[in-house]
Design a protein around this ligand. Structure first.
Ligand code: GLC
Length: 520
C-alpha cells in the first residue's frame, strides 16, 4: 500500500514560547514561527507540531487550557495562527496542534461553573466525590507528586487532578464532555490544522468505581511514574473504555481529508502501544523509549525490536529523542561521554529507522539544556532546561529576541547557534540536513523493511533497510572505541565522521562513536 504523507514526513516540534520572538516582548510567538519557516524548509521539514497555543493561566505552561478555541495573547491571535497556517501550507509544511483533552485549567469557565455547586449543570463535567477533608476518595497519585485529589470546601467535595491541582480532570464518561471535545477538534480542523498531538490520551477515562491502584512490586526504570513511585496506575490510566473515546475523535477527524491524530500515549506496558494504532484509532503514537533510554546500543535495540515485533504490519512507528518534558538527549548523553559525537550517532538512528521521526527544536544544532538559576525557574516540576530559547546566532539572546529579558534564560548560544553552523559542512545542522535529504532520496530508508543485522557486536546497533531493489545497512558504533562489522563492501552514503565517503571495505571498520549508512 502506498505510504501516507505522515509516514513519509519528518516532523519538527516547536515550543512556541521559545522559537522566535517577533514583537520584542521576550516571548516567542506565532508570527516568529512564521518568519522562520524558510529555515525549516531548508532543513527538509514536512510538518510541525506546536506545543499548546491556547489561552491559559500557564500553571503548566499551556497544558492548563482556559479556552480551547483561542490563542494565548503572548503568542498572537487567531489571525496570526491563520497566517502561520497559510505560510506553512504554501511551503508544503503541515501543522498539527496540541489538544489537551484530559484536563482543563481550574480557571476554565467549565470548571468555574462545575465547582460552584453540587447541582450545577456542569457539575458532572469533572470528577467530583463528596467527602471529608481527612480522607481522599482513593489512593491515586498525581503524576507530579502527592495525592491526585484536591478538597474543595465550597461543596465539601474532592476533585480529581492527575497532574497539578490547577488541572482538574474532565469526566469523559459524560457524553456532553465528549461532544464538547469533538467541537474543539472540528474548530481547528475547520481552520485548516492538519491534525493533533493529543496530550495524555491513554488516560482520558478512569475506572467507573474509582478503585485503589495496586502497588507495583518491581519497578521499571523506563516508565517515569514507576521509576518515581511504586503505584501501578491500573484504574486511573489506560482503561479499556478509552479506545471508544479515541474512535470517536477519529470519526470526527476522518470527516476531513488527510488529517492525523498523534497520541501522547503512555500505555501501562510498552508492549501495548500498538493497541492504540488501529485503522479507526490513532495514526501515530509517541514511542517514549528513546526519550528515556541510556546511551547504550542494547537499550535502543531492545526498544526497536520490541516495537517492530509488537507493531506488526499495520501500526506505524514514530521515533523521538527529545521533547519538552525531559532533559535534551545531547545533555543526557554528555553525562558519561562525548555528548556531541553520541548525538550525531543518535541522529543517524532517528532518521534511518522504519517510522516517522520527530525532531525537537534545536536538536538539529546540538542545543543543550540551559542552566536555569533558581530565580528564573518557571516550570513547577523543573522542565525549564529543555525549553530555553532557540539559538539562532551569537547576537543578543541568541537572535531569539531583542528584549532585555527573555521569558527563560538563553543557553550557550555563543558556541552553539544556527548562523555558525549554516555554512559549516561538519556541523550538526549539516548532518541533519544531509540525513533528511538522503532519507528523501533513498526509498529504502522510508519504505524499506527493517531487519536487525545478526552478526554485530553487542555494543553496536546495525540494521538493514531493504526494498526489492535497494539494500541499505545502517551501522552505529555506540562505543568510544573502534569496532569491526562483518559486512560486505559497499558504498558509504553518509558517515558522522566528516571526511569519510566513497567505497567501504569489508569488514567495515567503525571509528569510535561513528555512524554510517552503507548501500550494498
Ligand atoms: C503531557 C505534556 C506535559 C504536561 C502534561 C500534563 O505529559 O507533555 O508537558 O505537563 O501532559 O498536561
Amino acid at each position: 500500500m502506498a505510504l501516507q504523507w505522515w509516514q513519509r514526513a519528518v516532523f519538527y516540534q516547536i515550543y512556541p514560547r521559545s522559537f522566535a520572538d517577533s514583537n520584542g516582548d521576550g516571548i516567542g510567538d506565532l508570527d516568529g514561527v512564521t518568519a522562520r519557516l524558510d529555515y525549516l524548509t531548508a532543513l527538509g521539514i514536512d510538518a510541525i507540531w506546536l506545543n499548546p497555543v491556547n489561552p491559559s493561566p500557564l500553571d503548566d505552561w499551556g497544558y492548563d487550557v482556559s479556552d480551547y478555541c483561542g490563542i494565548h495573547p503572548d503568542l498572537g491571535d487567531l489571525a496570526a495562527f491563520d497566517r502561520l497556517l497559510a505560510e506553512a501550507h504554501r511551503r508544503g509544511i503541515r501543522v498539527i496542534v496540541d489538544l489537551v483533552p484530559n484536563h482543563t485549567s481550574n480557571q476554565h469557565p467549565w470548571f468555574v461553573e462545575s465547582r460552584a455547586s453540587r447541582t450545577n449543570p456542569k457539575r458532572d463535567w469533572y470528577i467530583w466525590v463528596p467527602g471529608s477533608l481527612d480522607r481522599p476518595p482513593n489512593n491515586w497519585q498525581s503524576t507530579f507528586g502527592g495525592s491526585a485529589w484536591k478538597y474543595d470546601p465550597t461543596t465539601a467535595s474532592w476533585y480529581l487532578h492527575i497532574f497539578l491541582e490547577q488541572q482538574p480532570d474532565l469526566n469523559f464518561r459524560n457524553p456532553a464532555v465528549v461532544e464538547a471535545m469533538h467541537n474543539v477538534i472540528r474548530f481547528w480542523l475547520d481552520r485548516g490544522a492538519d491534525g493533533f498531538r493529543i496530550d495524555v490520551i491513554a488516560g482520558l477515562i478512569k475506572d467507573a468505581e474509582l478503585r485503589d491502584n495496586p502497588i507495583r512490586a518491581a519497578t521499571d526504570p523506563d516508565i517515569p511514574w514507576n521509576a518515581k513511585g511504586t503505584q501501578d496506575p491500573l484504574y486511573s490510566h489506560d482503561r479499556p473504555e478509552v479506545h471508544d473515546i479515541i474512535r470517536g475523535f477519529r470519526r470526527v477527524s476522518d470527516r476531513y481529508e488527510q488529517r492525523i491524530l498523534v497520541g501522547e500515549t503512555w500505555p501501562r506496558e510498552h508492549e501495548r502501544l500498538a493497541d492504540f494504532l488501529r485503522p479507526d484509532e490513532l495514526q501515530l503514537a509517541f514511542n517514549f523509549r528513546f526519550l528515556l533510554a541510556r546511551y547504550d546500543a542494547r537499550r535502543f535495540r531492545a526498544a526497536i525490536e520490541q516495537t517492530e515485533k509488537s507493531f506488526g504490519p499495520t501500526a506505524w512507528p514514530t521515533w523521538t529523542l527529545s521533547n519538552h518534558d525531559f532533559s535534551r538527549h545531547i545533555s543526557r548523553y554528555s553525562r558519561d561521554g562525548d555528548g556531541e559525537a553520541r548525538a550525531r550517532v543518535a541522529a543517524v538512528m532517528l532518521l534511518t529507522l522504519r517510522g516517522t521521526p520527530f525532531i525537537y527544536y534545536g536538536e538539529e544544532i546540538g542545543m543543550r539544556d540551559a542552566a536555569i538559576p533558581a530565580a528564573s525557574k518557571r516550570d513547577p516540576v523543573g522542565r525549564d532546561g529543555c525549553r530555553s530559547p532557540m539559538q539562532w546566532s551569537d547576537a543578543r539572546n541568541g537572535g531569539f529576541s531583542t528584549s532585555a529579558n527573555t521569558w527563560l534564560p538563553c543557553g550557550d548560544f555563543k558556541a552553539v547557534n544556527v548562523a555558525r553552523q549554516l555554512n559549516d559542512p561538519h556541523s550538526m545542522l549539516a548532518l541533519y540536513r544531509r540525513l533528511i535529504e538522503l532519507r528523501k532520496s533513498t526509498p529504502a530508508l522510508v519504505e524499506g523493511s527493517y531487519r536487525a543485522f545478526d552478526n554485530a557486536p553487542e555494543d553496536c546497533l546495525v540494521f538493514h533497510r531493504d526494498t526489492a531493489t535497494q539494500h541499505i545497512v545502517v551501522a552505529l558504533n555506540f562505543t568510544a572505541e573502534p569496532r569491526e562489522i562483518d559486512l560486505p563492501a559497499g558504498t558509504i552514503l553518509l558517515s558522522t565522521v566528516p571526511e569519510r565517503a566513497g567505497d567501504s571495505e569489508s569488514p567495515l571498520m567503525l571509528a569510535p562513536n561513528e555512524g554510517v549508512i552503507v548501500m550494498l
